[in-house]
Design a binder for this molecule. Structure first.
Ligand code: BGC
Length: 755
């Protein structure tokens, strides 16, 4: 399928304007910095005849509302949390001789939008022939600053090429116009009152400011705008504030205008001077050009850490860079905000954080920007008290149970079979903590946050499972849902048991490390969380006796009963009935042998040493035939295992179907936001799939293959203070140590010393 975007290494270009594509392009052209997220809405507002989804988001800022259940039972999640679509500040309406610019009706030519992923800016240009006969060249540029979390900015360069006109600019600060979600799509927020109440408004000279409050969650949100370049006046309006300016231009004359946007938010009275501080910050914003330089510096550092090249496939290179760029833009950086399933690009999944972060996204940052990875894990530490409370609520006497989906830590999943029952979330977080320590050896983190997370998640699994006489005294975990949401509340989901086993082992090891290397922290933890070394012995026993369903004719069931369910050959399901969750009742799905994403395949990529290559081959073929990939998280995982078992073409096909999933709107829901986990999965597909990277017991190992479609590829990975560049072509691989002390790595079976 040809893409609507030309294949370019560092940018995404939209040539022309297609009203039909407007909503998904608003996601594609979204900008963010981990706090602020602005959809790529047109500056001048909606184009007549085109559907738009306006969006300005602040990571972690949400409103909540009680969940209304028809039949409510004990322990159900109580509240929805929905990311706020806050006041819109990015608009700039243009009027020439009384004619309002509107892409749906105005005579606009050579419309072009460029997302520059190296500069971190979105630029737009076009020619506008006004009804009065003037020809104007219009250039907008916008950025969301990676150097100043509270800041976004916009610039306008307007030149009159022919004729003359009287221009009018209007910059409004107003509540967002919130699009209706789809009430029939569980992945989409709908039917909730998402309006915010308005607080103070200021309109003074070149400055506008406005305050909003959430109804139930206690957030105050402030936004201030400063306008520069041409004189104008400000006034309060019915729903906010407006700055307006007029200027006449004759042929050959131009105007340059800049707008700075500062956002801030605080909860329950934190940040007492929020209003004053935001206004103050806005008055001090540097010029747009300076912001651009800072932006470029932040992105240079990021791209250096990533070091990504694909030679011989421009479409893929563009897709991968696009994915990484959006991940970088969406990840929270202050230890209190995380990364939502759709990042800061849309309202799909309501701005919730899932296991997506630890299982998919964290590995990317772990090896390219470990400081950012740590911040994402600190978020989990910050919400550990909620997880403890939730565990008690669900009747677990010990430990902590993380929410399946949440913004501030409270469980928000109204459908527990595919929500709270996903106990693997604990193990995913524990796995990420262990991997983080393995890769960074960051003892401070282990002592201050990591060990406590590991202990509390292990305690929970200990309480959840038991040594079952019916299973020969093995440790079982019953009535859980694995990542595969088409098989719910099963016994002994293989992936869940794997992550729990690892959690048991790593929790004990973490405490042993602290006892040896940080005795004071160890003593503090023993006191604060009442850790008793006997617990670690019990965990080890549970780990050693963990039960895994036995294979039947060489096929490993992904849970106790998977192979006894009714077959549902995928070729009998018409394409229009996908995703199944939108067309069949859950009960129909659950009684069939069908997967949304396959947990055994995931387990085989993450805990590969448990299975032989032959077992992996056989099981790959089987699960490939029963998996719908209705989750965007599925294909990257299949691609990694396919490559490992030598099916490079199959791996390539899976990889390619996930690499440009959003750029080419393959799931037809890019309009609701970009699929962050899939985007991260493509990096993992390259590095762990084609690059064959695995980390084990302090040794970094690669087994690179180059698919025949490419000339070669390179990437960088950080590991224990080193940066290693891996360059692969059809003749083999080269490893270079770019930074750090000499290190021994493994390439296939060969041990290599890099200096
Ligand atoms: C997937 C989950 C994922 C969620 C958010 C669902 O479709 O099945 O694994 O966490 O989307 O991305």
């Amino acid at each position: 399928m040809a893409s609507k975007f030309p294949y370019e290494a560092w940018q995404i270009t939209e040539n022309g304007f297609s009203p039909r594509d407007l909503r998904e392009n608003e996601s594609v052209f979204a900008l963010g910095n981990g706090f602020i997220g602005l959809r790529g809405n047109l500056e001048e507002g909606t184009a007549s005849g085109a559907e738009t989804i306006q969006g300005s988001f602040l990571n972690g800022v949400f409103d909540s509302e009680p969940i209304v259940y028809g039949e409510k039972a004990y322990g159900y999640a109580k509240n929805h949390e929905t990311i706020c679509n806050v006041m819109d500040a990015k608009g700039l309406a243009l009027t020439a001789d009384g004619e309002r610019l509107d892409l749906g009706v105005s005579d606009v030519r050579e419309h072009r939008r460029v997302l520059d992923m190296r500069k971190g800016a979105l630029c737009r240009s076009f020619f506008w022939r006004t009804k009065s006969g003037a020809l104007l060249e219009v250039r907008f540029a916008r950025l969301v600053s990676l150097a100043h979390m509270e800041l976004a900015a916009l610039s306008l360069e307007l030149t009159c090429l022919e004729g003359a006109c009287a221009l009018r600019l209007e910059s409004a600060l107003a509540p967002a116009v919130i699009a209706e979600g789809d009430p029939n799509d569980p992945r989409n927020a709908a039917g909730k009152d998402r309006s915010l109440t308005r607080g103070r408004v200021l309109a003074e000279g070149s400055l506008l400011a406005m305050e909003q409050k959430t109804k139930n969650s206690g957030f105050a949100i402030c936004c201030a705008l400063e306008h520069r370049g041409i004189p104008g006046s400000a006034r309060a309006t019915e729903n906010g504030a407006l700055w307006e300016a007029q200027q006449s231009l004759r042929a050959g004359e131009s105007l340059h205008f800049e707008k700075s946007i500062c956002y801030a938010a605080a909860r329950h009275g934190e940040g007492p001077a929020l209003w004053e501080d935001t206004i103050d910050a806005c008055r001090r914003v540097p010029a747009f050009d300076t912001l651009l330089e800072e932006q470029q510096a932040a992105l240079d550092a990021f791209w250096d850490g990533v070091g990504l090249e694909i030679r011989g496939d421009d479409a893929l290179l563009q897709g991968l860079r696009f994915n990484l760029f959006h991940l970088f833009q969406s990840a929270g950086r202050d230890g209190r905000r995380n990364i939502a399933a759709k990042g800061l690009t849309g309202e799909g999944y309501e701005g919730h954080t899932f296991w997506d972060t630890e299982a998919y996204i964290l590995p990317v940052f772990l090896h390219t920007d470990p400081a950012l990875a740590r911040k994402l894990l600190e978020y989990r530490y910050a919400i550990l008290p909620n997880a403890r409370a939730r565990a008690r609520e669900l009747g677990h006497e010990k430990g902590a149970l993380y929410a399946w989906r949440t913004i501030d830590g409270e469980e928000c999943s109204a459908y527990f079979p595919a929500g709270t029952a996903q106990y693997h979330i604990n193990g995913d977080i524990a796995h990420a903590v262990s991997e983080y320590y393995e890769v960074t050896q960051d003892l401070d983190f282990l002592a201050s946050c990591g060990a406590e997370i590991l202990v509390e998640t292990a305690r929970l699994y200990c309480d959840l499972g038991f040594f079952s006489a019916a299973k020969g005294g093995r440790f079982v975990l019953n009535c859980v849902t694995g990542p595969d949401e088409y098989n719910v509340m099963v016994n002994n989901n293989v992936y869940t048991n794997c992550v729990a086993e690892e959690n048991f082992r790593r929790a004990g090891e973490a405490m042993a490390i602290l006892r040896e290397k940080r005795p004071e922290d160890y003593a503090r933890l023993c006191r604060d969380i009442a850790f008793d070394p006997c617990e670690a012995e019990a965990w080890l026993e549970a780990a050693e006796k963990m039960y895994y369903p036995a294979p039947q004719d060489g096929i490993y069931p992904q849970d106790d009963d998977f192979l006894s369910r009714k077959p549902w050959p995928l070729d009998t399901i018409p394409p229009e009935k996908h995703p199944l969750l939108m067309h069949y009742h859950g009960l129909t799905i659950y009684r069939h042998m069908v997967c949304k994403q396959a947990d055994l395949i995931l387990a085989m990529t993450q805990y590969g040493e448990r299975w032989t290559l032959e077992e992996k081959r056989r099981n790959f073929a089987f699960y490939d035939s029963v998996t719908t990939h209705d989750s965007s998280l599925s294909m990257a995982v299949f691609s990694i295992l396919a490559i490992e078992i030598g099916e490079v073409q199959t791996g390539y096909d899976y990889f390619m179907s996930s690499a440009r999933l959003d750029l080419d709107d393959m799931h037809r829901n890019t309009k609701d936001g970009l699929h962050m986990a899939n985007m991260a999965g493509t990096w993992t597909g390259l590095v762990r799939g084609f690059g064959g990277m695995r980390v084990k017991d302090g040794l970094l190992r690669f087994a690179p293959v180059c698919p025949p479609q490419w000339e070669g590829y390179s990437f960088c990975v950080g590991y224990r203070g080193r940066t290693i560049r891996v360059t692969v072509d059809r003749d083999g691989a080269r490893y270079s140590l770019l930074h750090g002390e000499p290190i021994t790595i493994q390439s296939f079976d060969e041990v290599v010393r890099l200096a």
